[in-house]
Write a new protein. Structure first.
Length: 133
């Protein structure tokens, strides 16, 4: 993209976080940088991604309240993690983390294991145990 073609669309993200740096080609054909106030296509894509995340969080919360999954899955979604990332954070095998999604298994977890999850989610053990409706 040429420097004069760097998008300058309005964007929620740049209003909150400032301008974004883009690489472009100047009039002499050299690479240079330029600032963009936003790009409509990027804003639409980011909004769609955020909506999908919010839907996953709402679905996980509903499943916790229906006793179909444990709060671990809900907080994993809130923290925008995937099971392999969570397993890495808590230092457990992936299959164990997935097993802890089962409400019956979650209820039997030790305090030490609950503390590992709470630390990974940056919450208290009490918050981990109680997902409010």
């Amino acid at each position: 993209m040429k420097k004069k073609e760097i998008p300058q669309d309005e964007s929620f993200f740049t209003e909150e976080h400032g301008k974004e740096l883009y690489y472009a080609v100047d009039e002499e054909g050299n690479y240079t940088t330029g600032l963009s106030s936003g790009w409509e296509a990027k804003t639409i894509a980011l909004n769609n991604a955020l909506e999908a995340i919010e839907e996953r969080i709402a679905d996980a919360k509903k499943r916790v309240l229906e006793n179909k999954t444990s709060p671990i899955e809900y907080y994993m979604e809130v923290c925008k993690m995937e099971p392999p990332v969570l397993a890495s954070y808590v230092g457990m095998w992936l299959w164990r983390v997935k097993r802890h999604f089962k409400p019956a298994v979650f209820k039997k977890l030790s305090q030490k294991t609950l503390e590992k999850y709470a630390t990974a989610f940056d919450i208290t053990v009490e918050q981990l145990k109680n997902v409010a409706p």
